[in-house]
Design a protein around this ligand. Structure first.
Ligand SMILES: Cc1cc2nc3c(=O)[nH]c(=O)nc-3n(C[C@H](O)[C@H](O)[C@H](O)COP(=O)(O)OP(=O)(O)OC[C@H]3O[C@@H](n4cnc5c(N)ncnc54)[C@H](O)[C@@H]3O)c2cc1C
Length: 469
């Protein structure tokens, strides 16, 4: 029997740890080097903690309608930030332990320390106790992720000017929170902190919130945030920041002056490439400082692969995991190329967003006039039964082939619902096929069936063709 390959993975985020398990499943000997907790940003200070906190706010909002639902509460509900954070920490700790258990079950070796390439086949690990170890590798996967950048205009001090990392610890609920950046992170934290009782303002330099999303989705999220008293300053940016002991004054380019007792900087990420020995080994970087890779996740140096945020493609946990699987399949001799065409994503605002594929606007930019189908959640029996009537589903289809080019949902469970459309796109289905598939009643998923029917003007529970008419 040929000796198994030894794969060394630097970084145990959703890219690195998933790659490790898949590599072990394929028969490799695997060592993972990680200098923080297993699970990376996603598990420790990103996806999971933010959703653990947001789920509490979501529930508390629902309980505000208790009377209407016929629910008598023993007393008024109040969010308790300390207990919320404690629960969030328990959720995270449990999942981190889960990765350690999986590593054990699959025979993955975990070394605590900072990894660095000595050459393409040797990783040196600096351990916390000052010792170091050189490990031979048949292949190395760089999965070091990304971090919070530091902007000269916003010197992060962790108390008055913070990043999402500190925001997740809720050390303090500010009276006035100014969020710089109205993208995914900014809008999620605006939902969270407005739910905690802060008066939130968002400054976004693009003309709309969630600049990459469908316009109608962005408009609905802006409307919902405004209902939560969130002030949105769009199409402008921060020009000047002046600090006193308790208040930071911010002047925007449009002349507006705002006072805040906390600023959350929610813009940009920095690729974790420094100290990795990349120059020494000759690994090429791209224009933004990300590690350059091909569709097999290979860098320009034979035997050195890179995956996840550090390669700067779609910086999402599930993309990192998918890239990790592709990298190890290739290392183990199975031909694999990453396919970025179908990447579903969720945004956990209140209400949440689900998206896959192209927006209506992006299709038009390609010179194609798409066919659009829309369906409001208010037209669904299930939405009324559960009280989740806000939102809609939108299907974007090709005018000639009828193939589904994108789907955009906003409202309860949208981040889950979008996967039906993603699967349809993966299988190159048409909107007619989606409409013809029998959907269970009563479910929120019927919104996608009706939106697909609406592509052809045939939605049953819709009196008029267009949303907003
Ligand atoms: C607030 C927030 C919310 C988010 N929410 C979502 C979401 O809902 N859905 C989603 O898909 N994505 C979300 N993301 C993005 C997601 O967290 C990242 O895309 C994902 O974590 C990237 O995974 P990765 O494995 O590439 O890197 P990371 O998760 O960054 O992990 C890299 C690991 O490598 C370690 N490391 C770095 N250098 C070394 C070294 N030299 N030696 C040893 N170890 C090293 C780091 O300590 C880290 O643990 C969110 C991010 C943030 C900040």
């Amino acid at each position: 029997m040929a000796p198994s390959k030894h794969i060394v993975i630097i970084g145990a985020g959703p890219g690195g740890y998933v790659a490790a398990i898949r590599a072990a499943q394929l028969g490799a000997q695997v060592t993972v080097v990680e200098n923080q907790a297993l699970g990376g940003v996603c598990l420790n200070s990103g996806c999971i903690p933010s959703k653990a906190l947001l789920s509490v706010i979501e529930l508390s909002e629902k309980l505000k309608k208790a009377d209407d639902l016929g629910l008598t509460l023993a007393g008024p509900t109040a969010v308790n930030p300390i207990q919320m954070v404690e629960r969030k920490n328990r959720v995270v700790a449990g999942l981190v332990k889960g990765i350690a258990t999986l590593f054990k079950a699959w025979g993955v070796t975990h070394i605590e320390g900072t990894g660095m390439l000595q050459n393409a086949q040797t990783v040196e690990v600096q351990k916390a106790d000052g010792t170091s170890e050189s490990i031979h590798a048949d292949a190395v996967i760089l999965a070091t992720g990304s971090s919070w950048p530091n902007f000269p205009l916003f010197p992060i001090d962790g108390t008055m000017i913070i990043t999402s990392k500190e925001a997740l610890e809720i050390h303090r609920v500010p009276e006035n929170l100014l969020i710089v950046g109205g993208g995914v992170e900014g809008c999620e934290f605006a939902s969270l902190y407005s739910g905690l009782g802060s008066k939130v303002s968002i400054v976004e330099m693009m003309p709309k919130l969630l600049p990459l999303e469908d316009e109608e989705v962005s408009a609905l999220i802006e409307r919902e945030l405004k209902k939560r008293k969130v002030q949105c300053y769009l199409g402008t940016k921060v020009d000047k920041v002046t600090r006193s002991e308790t208040v930071t004054n911010v002047t925007l380019k449009n002349g507006t002056s705002l006072d805040a007792d906390m600023i959350l900087v929610s813009v940009g990420r920095r690729f974790n490439t420094s100290g990795l020995g990349l120059e020494k080994v000759g690994v090429q970087l791209g224009a933004r400082g990300e590690i350059s890779v091909n569709e097999r996740m290979e860098t320009n140096v034979s035997g050195v692969y890179a995956i996840g945020d550090v390669v700067g493609k779609a910086m999402l946990a599930h993309v990192a995991s998918a890239q990790g699987k592709v990298a190890v399949e290739n290392i183990m001799g199975h031909e694999q190329a990453i396919d970025y065409n179908v990447i579903p994503a969720g945004i956990f605002t209140l209400p949440e967003v689900g998206r896959v594929g192209l927006t209506e606007q992006q299709v038009r930019e390609q010179g194609i006039e798409p066919k659009i189908g829309r369906f409001r959640f208010a037209g669904l029996g299930k939405s009324h039964a559960t009280g989740d009537t806000i939102g809609f589903a939108k299907v974007v289809a090709h005018p000639e082939t009828d193939m589904i080019l994108g789907a955009h949902l906003v409202g309860a469970h949208s981040a889950d619902l979008v996967h039906e459309a993603a699967m349809a796109m993966k299988l190159k289905a048409t909107s007619t096929q989606m409409a013809e598939m029998i959907h269970a009643h009563p479910t929120q998923a019927e919104a996608l069936m009706e939106a697909a029917e609406d592509v052809h003007g045939m939605a049953i529970h819709q009196a008029r063709k267009r949303l907003g008419t």
